[in-house]
Design a protein around this ligand. Structure first.
Ligand code: SAM
Length: 433
């Protein structure tokens, strides 16, 4: 049996931005209780897995990790806790994996912390040391989702949409800004449907207005949008508020109307193209990212080529491409998963190559241009930050840049990141790219 330092934890996280935000909150809460994060699970008193099952490949990784921790989880004084979308039926999971001390629903941080507190080993630490002081933070707007995309397990695992009140969201943002955050990303499975479950008919535009008022906050982002719910009012509000970055995550999933209908997405390819046009008219610098699924059941070559044509025409900044993965319990399982894995892979790589070429061209246009970057971290002697359009930029400067807006002249640009030359600190944000 290996030594187990008291109040240490190992946290493994996989999946969407919401999971990442949950992992950060959990880490903060554990540090407040005197726990310290370590990399070696065999040394940790608490082992926590925050899981994703959106595709079979993610579920396989979760299972691999879970089983690899079994020998340590069975040792006295150590607890393995599992949270996230892997957790559908806790009772059945307890029977299948008796070495796991607790299963918790997605985002059930309170449940995990109650378990930790019951173990009674916590010791409050100096709050000032408890938070990592992230410059770019994330705050959930809502949990769950009310759409029923036929391929998606998220709705089944995360449940119906529960929007938080604007007062609660604003308070969380103000608190993080008071601790050093300068950028906040507002998160939800479908941020454009925010408030539809609240009695007072507030929407995301109202949240943006409220958060925008926080002094010292310099940037706001939000994700993920849904083409069925994205309103012109939101586009207009985002374009008008200077702190809101010109950056959109607007998954389309397919460029073919029949496939979209069978996916249960609730819009046409034409409507999607109109939304992109509306965003680009209101925000000429807008960076738009999308998600595409290739090889959906029954997707013909012609239908796939409509997706490819959309990628070619709309010239997205990034496309997250996923080969269709059949998920037990979803409506799409009534159709045979009939596109072979070889064909899915061919469609995936063709689209990926096209998008890499587009991203390379888009990035190249930045060379010799000045951009505004928020410095978020320091890595291997260089600062790392992002533009308003979400491109990663590395730069050198002897100034203390953390949490500051800087002007950089881009000297090198690849498809996924750029390098810039420091050209000075910025007092107040602009709407530069
Ligand atoms: N809420 C967002 C939306 O409206 O689509 C994102 C949800 S999901 C966590 C992130 C991405 O995973 C989706 O946009 C989709 O492209 C992909 N995805 C979800 N289910 C999938 C499946 N069964 N097979 C392949 N990709 C899938």
């Amino acid at each position: 049996m290996s030594a187990t330092p008291s109040r240490s934890y190992y946290l493994w996280n996989i999946g969407c931005q919401m999971n990442k935000a949950d992992a950060w909150r959990l880490a903060d809460a554990l540090h407040q209780r005197g726990y310290r994060q370590i990399r070696a699970p065999d040394q940790a008193e608490l082992m926590i897995l925050n899981t994703c099952v959106v595709r079979q490949s993610a579920e396989d990784k979760v299972l691999g990790r879970l089983l690899s921790l079994k020998p340590y989880a069975s040792e006295k004084g150590r607890d393995l806790l599992v949270m996230g979308c892997f957790v559908d039926d806790p009772q059945a999971l307890r029977e299948r994996y008796p070495f796991v001390a607790g299963f918790f629903a997605p985002s059930d941080l309170d449940g995990v912390l109650r378990h930790v507190d019951r173990r009674g080993n916590a010791q409050p630490s100096n709050t000032a040391e408890s938070f990592s002081g992230r410059v770019a933070e994330m705050v959930p707007l809502s949990y769950g989702c009310d759409h029923h995309c036929t391929y998606c397990l998220v709705q089944l695992r995360r449940g119906a949409q529960r929007s938080r009140s604007i007062a609660e969201i604003r308070a969380d943002c103000a608190d993080l800004v008071a601790r050093g955050a300068r950028e906040i990303t507002l998160l939800g499975q479908n941020v454009d449907a925010y408030g539809q479950d609240l009695p007072d008919a507030t929407d995301l535009a109202d949240v943006l207005e409220a958060v925008h008022e926080i002094p010292e906050l310099v940037r706001i982002r939000f994700l993920t949008s849904h083409p069925r719910d994205l309103s012109l009012r939101l586009i207009e509000t985002a374009a008008r508020l200077p702190k809101v970055c010109e950056s959109w995550e607007l998954p389309v999933q397919s460029g073919d109307d029949l496939v979209l209908k069978r996916m249960g997405r609730g819009y046409t390819a034409e409507h999607y193209r109109e939304l992109v046009e509306a965003i680009r008219t209101a925000m000429p610098q807008a960076a738009i990212n999308t998600d595409m699924i290739v090889g959906f059941p029954g997707e013909t070559l012609e239908q796939y080529e409509r997706s490819l044509a959309m990628v070619r025409d709309l010239r997205f900044n990034a496309v997250h491409i996923a080969p269709y993965s059949e998920r037990p319990g979803t409506a799409a399982t009534v159709w045979e998963d009939d596109i072979s894995s070889v064909e899915k892979e061919l469609r995936y790589s063709e689209m990926d190559q096209l998008q890499t070429a587009i991203a390379t061209e888009r990035s190249a246009a930045f060379v010799d241009q000045e951009v505004e970057v928020l410095a978020e971290t320091r890595q291997k002697g260089r600062w790392r930050g992002r533009t308003r359009g979400n491109q990663i930029v590395f730069f050198e400067s002897r100034e203390h840049c953390l949490g500051k807006l800087v002007r950089l002249r881009i000297t090198w640009a690849g498809p996924w990141s750029m390098v810039g030359e420091f050209a000075g600190l910025i007092d107040s944000p602009s709407s530069a790219p």
